[in-house]
Every structure is written in structure tokens, then in C-alpha cells.
Design a protein around this ligand. Structure first.
Ligand code: AAL
Length: 424
């Protein structure tokens, strides 16, 4: 009885302390007067809600249009690529970042030219692809303006079985290092979809971006040990130069379907052919699909979209490892591969990006004609331009964009059943 009395007294005391405290906060807030009509640029010296605190502490500026790492994205068709009327037999996707060499822009990408569109892992064979990137090679194109491209043909062929990449070489990215060029790519040794989308990273090197490319023929970034997050797949290798070393960011698909998780890791080397050491804090980005990064000020920025709890964000890591959300945006380019002028200069003041290429997957929306295409995107994530049109907060969509997100038959029937129950 005595114990019961004592615990009710303690609970009563705590409730009283809590309510006195919140009354105190309420009255203190009232004492401050209402929040100023003109939003202060600097954090005001007053008590604020968590959300108001955050716009001053977590972002460069309280409004997105004053944030160098906020942008909208604009899209343009690329000229110079043929897709066989989008019948699914030719696909181009997963471009590399753009390299500028002797006045010409270069882009490398996954190129599939197969007798049929992808047929899935059960129906694929030596010539029929399982997935859009199965049986692919790496091709490249050049341009003087970034809109009109001339396809130059193959850069990396599939090697003989059992060499790394014999089944498909895909999703490449470029490194320029001490006057030589390195293409890193996914080297498949089984059709995608047989278990998952499993592959390590392979590399080829050349004295010129026009090749010829010499395959290293060894795995350069290996899958993790059994039971580790990246045990099956190392995707989207994306090299940059920092502190005299090669930093390759990559993505892995981990966990099993339907709970597949996509995150990004980092592997660092002194030499382009390795050994690459994976960062002990991996994964370093918890969301996103393909990798897309660029030096910004002393740190590195990342476009993070499509998958995970922090998709549709642009993130920043001052130390190149610990990423924070720098802005939230929309309609981001998928497989974004920007022109990063200072990707390999080991800059301590990264200038940012204004354009690049990306892909639209399943262009026709038809499974039996599955193919993807390259597109151009533009943005203002640069310290060197100020384009107010890119800094608008809203993308205006026509109603058909919303109506394309229609309810499924299953969802409609659930709603009908709920309505029937209510009416009865
Ligand atoms: C892409 C990339 C990798 C995956 C597949 C082809 O968007 O993430 O390249 O393996 O999908």
C-alpha cells in the first residue's frame, strides 16, 4: 500500500514537472514575440522549433534558392543515337561521367545490341539477354557541344570465358591518372537475374580516350566476404581523385528480395590497378541507385535518388566519407553522369557541375520492347554560375503526369470493399 502511494506520488511529481516545464517553454516562447516577418538570413537569437533550428543548422541557407547545392534539373534529347525504333533490341544506358579531351567531350556507356529484347533469367542463353544490360559491351561517343554526339563504336568488348566480364561488361566510369586513362566497369560472369545482379569490378587502361583499351583481366574491386553487405554485387564504380589517391564510390544491392537494400560504399587506392581498400565505415551513403558525385569546395557532393530513405537529396561530405543532406529536390537524373571538370585535379575547391548525361529506362514503357536511352540533363550545382531558373522550388507537372500514377485493380477493389462496408 505504502509502495503504491510512493510510486503514484513520484508519477504525479514527474507529470507536474513536465507540465510546468512545457508551460514555462510556452510562456518563454510567448515572451519572444512572434517570429519576424522577413525571414532572417542568419540564425536568429531566439528559441525555435526543431524544424526552424534545422533550416539554419543543416542547410547552407534557410531557403533553397540560396543554397549552392540545390537545383532543379532540365532534360534534353541527345542527337546522334539510333534505337531501332525502340523495338528493344538496342539499348544505351548507365553513362560514364563526361571527359573533356582536346576540345571534345567523351562519354562511355553500356551498349546492348541483341536479337531480342531482354527475356529474363530463365529464358536467356548465349545470345538472348536476361536483363537490359546482359550481354552488353561498353561503347563510346564524342561531341563538341554536349547535345550532338557521334557514336565511335566499341571501347571494351566482352572477353573470352572465364575471364572477368565474359557475360557482360557494363556501367563504366572513367579515370584520368598520370596521363593514362582507366575505365572501371561491372564484369559479369553470370547472366543478371540468375541469383541477383552479381558482379565485381574490372578495369581496362589506355594511353588515349580513343583506346585501344588493354584489359587488366583481373578483378580490381572484389565482392565482400560471405555475410558482408557487398558480398554479391559491386555496381557503378565511380572514380575521383582526392588527397593524391583514387577514391572509387560504388553501390551494392544487399539483402534478399523483396527486402533488397541499396547503399553506397567507398574503396581507396594509391594505384589505379589497386589494391583498393574498402573504407571501414562503409556504407557511406544510405540511399540512391547509381553513383554520381563531384568535388565541391573541400568536400564531395552526391546526387542521391530513386532508392532508400534519403532519395531525392543532394548530399555533402566535407571529409569525403561522412555525408549529410545538403538539399532535397525532385525529378533527379537517373544514372547521372555529369561533366566534372575537376574530377581528377585533386582540387581543394571543387567548382561543381552544370550538365551531364543520364538515362531513361524502359523508354516505351513496354516490357516486350524494354530498352533505355541516354539523355542530357542541366542544373546549377556550380559555384561559378547563378541560374535562378534552376533554383525554383517547384517543378510544374501537367495533370497527366499525376494520373499516370493510377490506382491498381487491387487498390480499387480494397476501396470499393471499404465503401460497401460503410454503406451497409
Ligand atoms: C543500373 C546500375 C547497374 C546495375 C544495373 C546495370 O542502373 O545500378 O548497372 O547492375 O542497373
Amino acid at each position: 500500500m505504502y509502495r503504491l502511494f510512493l510510486s503514484s506520488a513520484i508519477v504525479g511529481l514527474l507529470i507536474c514537472m513536465f507540465s510546468c516545464q512545457s508551460k514555462k517553454q510556452e510562456s518563454e516562447a510567448k515572451d519572444q514575440g512572434g517570429f519576424p516577418f522577413i525571414l532572417p538570413d542568419e540564425k536568429p537569437d531566439r528559441e525555435m522549433s526543431a524544424a526552424m533550428e534545422r533550416i539554419y543548422t543543416d542547410y547552407e541557407a534557410p531557403q533553397p534558392h540560396h543554397n549552392e547545392l540545390f537545383s532543379q534539373f532540365k532534360y534534353t534529347e541527345l542527337k546522334g543515337f539510333d534505337y531501332n525504333n525502340y523495338d528493344g533490341t538496342i539499348s544505351r544506358r548507365d553513362p560514364s561521367k563526361i571527359l573533356l579531351h582536346k576540345g571534345k567531350y567523351y562519354v562511355w556507356y553500356t551498349y546492348r545490341n541483341t536479337p531480342t529484347p531482354p527475356q529474363g533469367a530463365d529464358k536467356c542463353n548465349d545470345t538472348i539477354p536476361s536483363a537490359d544490360w546482359d550481354l552488353a559491351e561498353i561503347w563510346y561517343a564524342t561531341s563538341t557541344d554536349g547535345f550532338n554526339w557521334e557514336e565511335q563504336g566499341v571501347a571494351i568488348n566482352r572477353p573470352e570465358k572465364p575471364l572477368v566480364g565474359w557475360r557482360a561488361v557494363t556501367t563504366t566510369d572513367i579515370l584520368e591518372w598520370k596521363g593514362k586513362y582507366y575505365l572501371y566497369y561491372q564484369g559479369f560472369m553470370q547472366a543478371s537475374g540468375k541469383r541477383g545482379d552479381d558482379c565485381p569490378v574490372a578495369v581496362s587502361y589506355a594511353d588515349s580516350p580513343d583506346g585501344p583499351w588493354t584489359p587488366y583481366n583481373k578483378v580490381v574491386i572484389a565482392n565482400g566476404a560471405e555475410g558482408e553487405w557487398d558480398q554479391y554485387s559491386i555496381h557503378d564504380p565511380y572514380p575521383l581523385v582526392h588527397n593524391g589517391k583514387i577514391y572509387i564510390y560504388y553501390k551494392s544491392d544487399f539483402g534478399e528480395r523483396p527486402d533488397l537494400v541499396r547503399m553506397q560504399g567507398l574503396a581507396i587506392a594509391d594505384n589505379p590497378l589497386g589494391p583498393f581498400k574498402k573504407h571501414p565505415l562503409n556504407p557511406v551513403i544510405t540511399s540512391g541507385h547509381e553513383t554520381s558525385l563531384f568535388p565541391f569546395r573541400e568536400g564531395v557532393a552526391a546526387l542521391v535518388y530513386k532508392d532508400g530513405p534519403e532519395h531525392n537529396t543532394i548530399q555533402y561530405a566535407k571529409d569525403w566519407v561522412n555525408f549529410e543532406i545538403a538539399s532535397i529536390t525532385e525529378l533527379m537524373p537517373y544514372a547521372a553522369a555529369p561533366y566534372v571538370a575537376d574530377a581528377f585535379t585533386d582540387t581543394k575547391d571543387g567548382r561543381g557541375i552544370t550538365w551531364g548525361t543520364a538515362h531513361f529506362i524502359n523508354v516505351t514503357g513496354k516490357r516486350d520492347k524494354f530498352c533505355s536511352k541516354l539523355v542530357r540533363f542541366d542544373c546549377d550545382l556550380s559555384q561559378d554560375i547563378n541560374d535562378p531558373e534552376m533554383k525554383q522550388h517547384r517543378v510544374k507537372h501537367k495533370p497527366d503526369v499525376y494520373f499516370r500514377q493510377r490506382l491498381s485493380a487491387k487498390q480499387l477493389s480494397r476501396i470499393e470493399q471499404e465503401n460497401e462496408k460503410r454503406i451497409k
